[in-house]
Write a protein that binds this ligand. Structure first.
Ligand code: COA
Length: 175
């Protein structure tokens, strides 16, 4: 049986969403680490994209994008990382996550980002255009992450100018 899509509204996070965003992340992940990470990033990341999915009057999903530094890139070019992304367990697999990712990527384009990275499941993210980062000489921490570390080029040929390690904000080290 194919699960039915649900009619969610995706919009920017508002100050009054904060507790609900914490709860969505806490419920979707095995530990509270991602919920705490989102709390920390909210105050330190600049720029930050933080979107929520609303079903009726319930906040059911959240996604965040924060800046990363590519080792060899200096100066202004903006590169972002997707994550965390979370949907409440009782309505996963109804395309809410996909809608959050697509809306978030549109936000990254609007900010003028060159590329977006994600450390995630290799079966989920290619549907949005992500591909393995390692063949481009782009790596997260060590080779062990290569199968899970992906990149999406937003400006044509942007990746041709990037190589080396991709550094996330220090808050990610605590997860
Ligand atoms: C990952 C997540 C955000 C996807 O949201 P969603 O609304 O359930 O996903 P969608 O309905 O858009 O997509 C469904 C597809 O995602 C796959 N999927 C769901 N969770 C997944 C996961 N953790 N890893 C890989 N694939 C996953 C489903 O198997 C399905 O694949 P299919 O289309 O090939 O059958 C959501 O399942 C979630 O919150 N998971 C727990 C937290 C997490 O692992 N977040 C991602 C890491 S940052």
């Amino acid at each position: 049986m194919v699960a039915k899509a649900v009619d969610v509204v995706i919009r920017q996070e508002k100050p009054q969403d904060r507790q609900h965003v914490f709860e969505v992340n806490a419920s979707a992940f095995e530990t509270g680490a991602e919920a705490k990470l989102v709390e920390a990033l909210r105050f330190t990341a600049e720029p930050v994209i933080s979107l929520v999915a609303i079903l009726g009057d319930r906040l059911v999903g959240h996604i965040m994008f924060t800046p990363v530094k590519v080792q060899n890139v200096t100066g202004l070019p903006l590169t972002l990382a997707l994550g965390p992304v979370a949907v409440v367990p009782d309505i996963q697999n109804r395309w809410i996550g996909s809608k959050l990712v697509r809306a978030g990527l549109a936000g990254c384009r609007a900010l003028g980002a060159e590329a977006v990275f994600v450390l995630g499941h290799p079966r989920y993210y290619p549907r949005f255009g992500f591909q393995a980062a390692a063949p481009f000489g782009l790596r997260y921490e060590s080779e062990e992450y290569d199968p899970f570390f992906m990149v999406l080029e937003l400006r044509p040929k942007a990746m041709a100018l990037m190589y080396g390690f991709v550094e996330y904000l220090p808050e990610f080290n605590e997860v």
